[in-house]
Design a protein around this ligand. Structure first.
Ligand code: DAH
Length: 347
């Protein structure tokens, strides 16, 4: 039989051990592990104490049981206490680290905007789409035939000098005008034809108002009985919607090999209303695009009978429109992507 006073001393020792061990515990997870270990019925310091019962004299057993239960209650209370304290500390740390300062100023997200040239493309496309036009997007690399020859500008034609061309080979070049798309469309489709063709074009030209790459929009209408009057009617509608009510156009004689007659189209100055200002250089008019009645030779070359059909075409430089509309005086500003400049416009 075990000596009862020895057992009592053992229990006292366990109490001290537990007290010291609890002092070393730093987090709630470790408290959980410790509790499991100490109360384990097989190997636990406290959990296994009841197994000693058999070794104790019958008259001491009630007393021993009471002492073990007291020790259990005491340890449970200490462990609970420590657990509560550590859990609280851990929560506080978490609250602190996850705290949100609701008084901090919000991060500003700058909304993006479309490039001025893209905005002009979209505006023109919207206006003409409402009139039933379709979009044809050609290719930036063209051959000589589509860019020049089929547009009534054969190899030795003086009008070739109007556009300084980047040649890739004797046959291939970077298109100098979206007019090349007219030929592709007329070859592929019989009238009625109503297309718009926006795209990049390239010319060896570089100053404040010219860039080696710029954007054009071509328009082409072919049907029975099309006249310059139809062209003027559509352009008047275009400029009214682009620049405002009361803005109109005038046509001046010009020359392009692929149109006959050819015209230069001026828009009445939308800044001064035609009285004369710096924008229109005192004339009341601003030149905006080239146009004309499609040359019979061009129609014929595409297999369209000029006796039956006629058409008009126009080509407009979109950076020029963007510059006029948004008040840029240097085309380079449109290509430099300087946000301070681009931010100033947003239609
Ligand atoms: N392609 C001409 C240019 O780049 C512009 C042009 C003029 C296009 C008259 C046309 C047109 O369709 O009819 O200078």
């Amino acid at each position: 039989m075990a000596d009862f006073s020895e057992l009592k001393g053992k229990l006292e020792g366990i109490r001290n051990d537990v007290m010291n061990e609890l002092k070393e515990i730093r987090n709630a997870r470790a408290v959980y592990e410790y509790r499991k270990g100490v109360f384990d019925a097989k190997g636990g310091k406290i959990g296994s104490l009841m197994r000693e019962m058999g070794k104790i004299a019958a008259e001491d057993r009630a007393e021993y049981g009471k002492m073990v239960n007291e020790l259990k209650d005491w340890a449970t209370a200490r462990i609970d206490e420590l657990n509560t304290r550590l859990q609280e500390e851990e929560m506080n740390l978490r609250y602190k680290s996850e705290a949100i300062d609701v008084t901090e100023p919000a991060k500003v997200r700058e909304p993006g905007a479309l490039h001025p040239t893209t905005q002009v493309i979209n505006q023109i496309v919207d206006i003409f789409a409402a009139m039933g036009f379709e979009i044809f997007e050609g290719t930036e690399i063209e051959n000589d035939y589509y860019n020049f020859t089929a547009l009534n500008t054969p190899q030795d034609h003086p009008a070739r000098d109007m556009q300084d061309t980047f040649y890739l080979s004797p046959e291939f070049l970077l298109r100098t005008q979206t007019s090349a798309g007219q030929i592709h469309v007329m070859e592929a489709k019989k009238p009625p034809i109503k297309i718009l063709s926006p795209g990049k074009v390239f010319r060896s030209d570089d100053d404040a108002t010219h860039s080696p790459m710029f954007t054009q929009m071509e328009g082409l209408v072919v049907d029975k009985g099309i006249t310059l009057g139809d062209l003027k009617g559509m352009l008047d509608e275009l400029v009214k919607q682009m620049f405002g009510d009361g803005v109109t156009t005038r046509l001046r004689p010009s020359y392009f090999p692929f149109t006959e007659p050819s015209v230069e189209v001026d828009v009445s100055c939308f800044q001064c209303g035609g009285k004369g200002c710096r924008l229109c250089k005192g004339t009341g008019w601003i030149e905006v695009l080239g146009a004309g009645i499609v040359n019979r030779k061009v129609l014929q070359g595409c297999g369209i009978d000029p006796e039956e059909y006629s058409g008009f075409a126009f080509g407009v430089g979109l950076e020029r429109i963007a510059m006029l509309k948004y008040g840029y005086n240097n085309i380079k500003l449109l290509f430099e992507s300087d946000l301070r400049v681009l931010k100033q416009i947003n239609d």
